[in-house]
Design a protein around this ligand. Structure first.
Ligand SMILES: [Zn+2]
Length: 199
């Protein structure tokens, strides 16, 4: 089982070259923990998830957008590390990071964090930055400019059409719908980035 899943976790950038930027925030200090949490700036997803994502990327390209990826598969070990950092920093750490005992969809290779770029590769206005944990990042937040609402709508509609579901509290986070419906088919994985790179 583990072996099969290991093989099916694929490096995202090799699947589609239409999206131009992989900027894994947790491999830098530019994230809410202010610490480097990932040893590698790589984005992996399960193969079927990556294929669906690729379709969404193609569609967005047709609409004149590129995509920037902020996060994908997160080894389960890293989730614990994450938890260790946030539990000391925040009063309600579970508001920021999934409890490692339950795991995040990111641990299942079935979630992705993204934003849109214009055709020149510049980030377009989505109202907040990545990992803004305020209400402003919520999908039902309405006090946003028409432009921001339009931008968020394009991203959400395209991802939804291609099999993803947006997390209500984070406009950038999308779960693979099937992984929500059948979590038993999407177990938590703990293959390290180093192991993935070797295969
Ligand atoms: Zn996410």
């Amino acid at each position: 089982m583990t072996k099969f899943l290991k093989l099916s976790l694929i490096f995202l950038i090799s699947v589609a070259n239409a999206y131009n930027l992989v900027d894994i925030k947790y491999a830098t200090k530019d994230n809410f923990t202010k610490e480097i949490v990932y040893p590698k700036a790589k984005c992996y997803l399960l193969e079927n998830v990556a294929k669906s994502f690729n379709e969404a990327v193609k569609e967005l390209a047709e609409k004149g957008y590129k995509v920037k990826v902020w996060d994908g598969y997160r080894p389960h070990k890293v989730q614990f590390k994450f938890w260790d950092i946030v539990k000391d920093k925040f009063e309600h750490p579970e508001d920021y990071v999934a409890d490692p005992k339950k795991g995040s969809r990111h641990n299942r290779g079935a979630a992705i964090d993204i934003t849109l770029l214009d055709k020149d590769g510049k980030e377009i206005d989505m109202g907040t930055k990545f990992d803004d944990f305020s209400k402003k990042a919520h999908r039902d937040y309405k006090e946003l400019s028409d432009e921001v609402q339009k931008n968020r709508k394009i991203l959400e509609e395209t991802m939804t059409k291609n099999g993803f579901v947006g997390l209500p509290t984070e406009w950038w986070h999308f779960d693979f719908q099937e992984a929500l419906k059948k979590p038993q088919n999407y177990p938590i994985l703990d293959v390290s980035f180093d192991e993935l790179e070797k295969k």
